[in-house]
Design a protein around this ligand. Structure first.
Ligand SMILES: Nc1ncnc2c1ncn2[C@@H]1O[C@H](COP(=O)(O)OP(=O)(O)OP(=O)(O)O)[C@@H](O)[C@H]1O
Ligand SMILES: [Mg+2]
Length: 276
């Protein structure tokens, strides 16, 4: 049976400032959705709130995975429930190798009842699986012995995220700008990696991106525009082409009240969160 991730009327505040103002979004397993929207519109806020980041306060609304209330769960329990987030800015964990990190993460998700530190999946099986996934992603085996994200290039970080995805095979994956900083070949390799996982595990994928490029490989059936903290437009891939061609001015003109919200946020945080 395919699972459903359902977000209803989600409001999220950071430091008391409301960023998301009632987001509605439903994903079914096996579906690919793209979430687009100008800088600062709240895309990363949505993914952090769904993953349970402590700074992101849900003030109203619900998020359920197959009827289970995600918002009442700790971050690791959300992962066990089948949710995965590839961060826009992955953090490094000095002292923990990629292999070690993944063995723990995979054990957590596949053996949800095990106690921390006990009963890890067997080293032999794990190594074999890791090697196969790394080969598929075109990653050097040496990479598994490095500390997670420590000194990784932008592209290496993104590949490491997709390697996690491949090993964890979640029901739902949110990929926050997984294409940013990737060279032309890497976008294709990483996308093919995502597609393979999505096919194997029937993962429902939410691709957050600014550009059409990655969506030429990971093809969305549904495209949404987040603007001023709300999803204002939903449709098919034609939306991506429209945005590439015309940018967001027509969205601002169509939703003047939310455009005001956008201006306020800009004043609240003049540096903004630009994506380079
Ligand atoms: N920790 C924080 N403290 C204060 N403001 C924050 C914090 N995190 C996010 N914000 C603000 O929330 C708003 C939404 O940010 P968010 O990162 O969700 O945008 P985004 O849509 O992902 O943008 P981008 O396309 O640039 O990645 C921005 O105005 C941002 O400055
Ligand atoms: Mg973002």
């Amino acid at each position: 049976m395919s699972k459903v991730l359902k977000i209803s009327n989600l409001h999220v505040a950071i430091d008391g400032k409301e960023i998301l103002k009632g987001v509605d979004l439903t994903l079914r397993q096996g579906e690919v959705h793209a979430l687009m929207g100008p800088n600062g519109s709240g895309k990363s806020t949505l993914s952090y709130a769904l993953m349970g980041h402590p700074n992101y306060e849900v003030t109203e609304g619900t998020a359920t995975l197959d009827g289970v209330d995600l918002l009442g769960l700790e971050a690791d329990e959300r992962a066990k429930a089948g949710l995965f987030l590839a961060f826009q800015y992955p953090t490094s964990i000095p002292g923990v190798t990629v292999a070690n990190f993944l063995r723990h993460a995979v054990s957590n998700v596949r053996k949800p009842d095990r106690k921390e530190g006990e009963d890890l999946i067997s080293m032999r099986d794990f190594r074999k699986e890791l090697r196969a996934e790394m080969d598929e992603l075109g990653m050097d085996q040496e990479f598994a012995r490095r500390y997670l994200n420590e000194g990784f290039s932008g592209g290496e970080k993104k590949r490491a995220e997709v390697l996690q995805l491949a090993m964890l095979r979640p029901a739902f994956a949110i990929l926050d700008e997984t294409d940013s900083g990737l060279d032309i070949d890497a976008v294709r390799i990483v996308s093919e990696g995502v597609n393979k996982v999505a096919e194997k595990a029937s993962t429902g994928v939410l691709v957050i991106t600014h550009y059409q490029r990655i969506l030429n490989y990971i093809k969305p059936q549904f495209v949404h525009i987040l603007f001023g903290g709300r999803i204002v437009e939903s449709g098919g891939p034609e939306i991506v082409q429209l945005l590439e061609r015309e940018g967001y001015d027509w969205v601002r003109a169509k939703y003047p009240d939310l455009a005001k919200v956008e201006d306020e946020l800009e004043q609240h945080n003049p540096a903004g969160q630009l994506t380079f």
